[in-house]
Design a protein around this ligand. Structure first.
Ligand SMILES: NC(=O)c1ccc[n+]([C@@H]2O[C@H](COP(=O)([O-])OP(=O)(O)OC[C@H]3O[C@@H](n4cnc5c(N)ncnc54)[C@H](O)[C@@H]3O)[C@@H](O)[C@H]2O)c1
Length: 357
């Protein structure tokens, strides 16, 4: 944590998507590193991690749409960030089947709006764009995807994120070329992480929130796609990766202006069914039923090769999947059943995570 403090203390950090699950955790983390933080997002849903922690968060928060270019640009220029973490997105595969145009606009044009806002920016800025493991053309092969594998996307969410990678690459070539860094002083990297779990996710259509909702309401859990294999990780793992990448990009922009996978070590992947069975075993309650009719297509097998992040960023996952599940369930039990303070529970997880890093 000391290394990160050296990079972020007193720096100005702009986070899009701060009212979301990952954004709220990132806001706590960066504030805790001593940064001056501003968030730009849509207002959170009533039941959200952000609403549970916001009274303890010391940061500026603006509710705005990433699709409104002038508004976004004004908020960025007013704040004068040293770092930007771009998380704002429509992040759900199933939602992208229902609202394809909104997903495409938000994820592709929203990213372009952010980068366009930085044209003519007058100070150095390191920008980390958060995409996903789903940016790769999924061949359902047993090998893990590397950063230089083909991009693609069967569903709209995946292709919107793959397209946002192309947009980033074009902006980086055309306007923020690392070779001309001394002229524009903007470093841009993309971060591709897999499915994250952790306390405080209340999104619909995500497996851990679904498990918790089923337990709290005493209803049977419905599983779609039970045999899908995913690289589950505790949310702090990729967030630590994003911060490490941002710090490296700021120190040596030419070297780190690229793409990085963040995921579990090889073979630490689980099917949705295995994750659910582990969770119900740990909780000692609950049951599930499989529903496999009329479901939209989702990738079945998805693994990331994280050699580049390990070698270049010295980033290594700390928890295996079982540990990540346990920490996550503990958070929900403490907050939802014992009514502990959510911010304190997040801080507790953060301090535990950084004990040995
Ligand atoms: N959660 C995961 O497992 C996972 C995995 C891989 C990648 N990601 C990526 O990480 C990022 C954050 O995901 P999350 O899980 O926190 O999602 P989330 O839905 O909890 O949060 C999304 C955030 O984006 C904001 N947002 C959405 N549309 C917006 C708009 N039009 N204008 C401004 N803000 C808008 C929301 O207000 C919210 O703050 C996303 O880019 C997502 O694609 C998430």
């Amino acid at each position: 944590m000391k290394n990160l403090e050296n990079s972020y203390r007193g720096k100005r950090v702009f986070i899009t998507g701060h009212t979301g699950f990952k954004g709220a955790w990132l806001s706590i983390l960066v504030s805790n590193l001593g940064a001056i933080v501003k968030g730009y997002s849509l207002p959170p849903p009533e039941i959200s991690l952000y609403n549970k922690i916001q009274s303890s968060l010391e940061m500026e928060s603006v509710f705005g749409d990433i699709n409104e270019f002038e508004n976004l640009k004004k908020e960025i220029l007013d704040f004068q960030p040293d770092y930007i973490f771009h998380l704002a997105a429509q992040p759900l595969v199933r939602e992208s089947y229902k609202n394809p145009l909104y997903t495409l606009n938000t994820n592709i044009i929203g990213t372009a709006n952010l980068l366009q806002s930085l044209q003519g920016y007058q100070k150095p800025c390191s920008v980390v764009i958060i995409t996903t493991d789903k940016v790769y053309e999924n061949k359902e092969w047993i090998y893990a995807y590397r950063e230089n594998d083909n991009l693609g996307g069967y569903d709209i969410y995946s292709s919107s994120k793959a397209a946002s990678e192309l947009i980033v690459s074009s902006y980086r070539n055309a306007f923020f070329n690392p070779e001309d860094y001394h002229l524009h002083r903007i470093g841009i990297a993309t971060a591709r992480a897999g499915n994250v779990i952790g306390g405080g996710d209340y999104a619909t259509d995500r497996i851990v929130p679904d498990i918790i909702r089923s337990i709290l309401s005493n209803e049977q859990l419905t599983l779609r796609n039970p045999e899908a294999v995913r690289p589950w990780q505790h949310v702090l793992e990729p967030l630590h990766g994003y911060l490490t990448l941002g710090a490296a990009l700021s120190a040596i922009p030419k070297k780190y202006a690229g793409s990085y996978n963040f995921g579990p070590v090889n073979n630490d992947t689980l099917t949705v069914r295995a994750l659910v069975e582990s969770s119900l075993k740990m909780l000692k309650k609950g049951s599930y039923v499989v529903l496999n009719e009329g479901e939209p297509h989702e990738a079945n097998l998805l693994q990331l090769d994280i050699s580049k992040a390990i070698k270049e960023l010295n980033w290594i996952p700390k928890y295996n999947a079982e540990e990540a599940i346990q920490i996550t369930l503990d958070w929900y039990l403490k907050v939802e059943e014992k009514k502990n303070d959510a911010f304190a529970c997040c801080m507790n997880d953060i301090l535990e995570y950084y004990k040995t890093i």
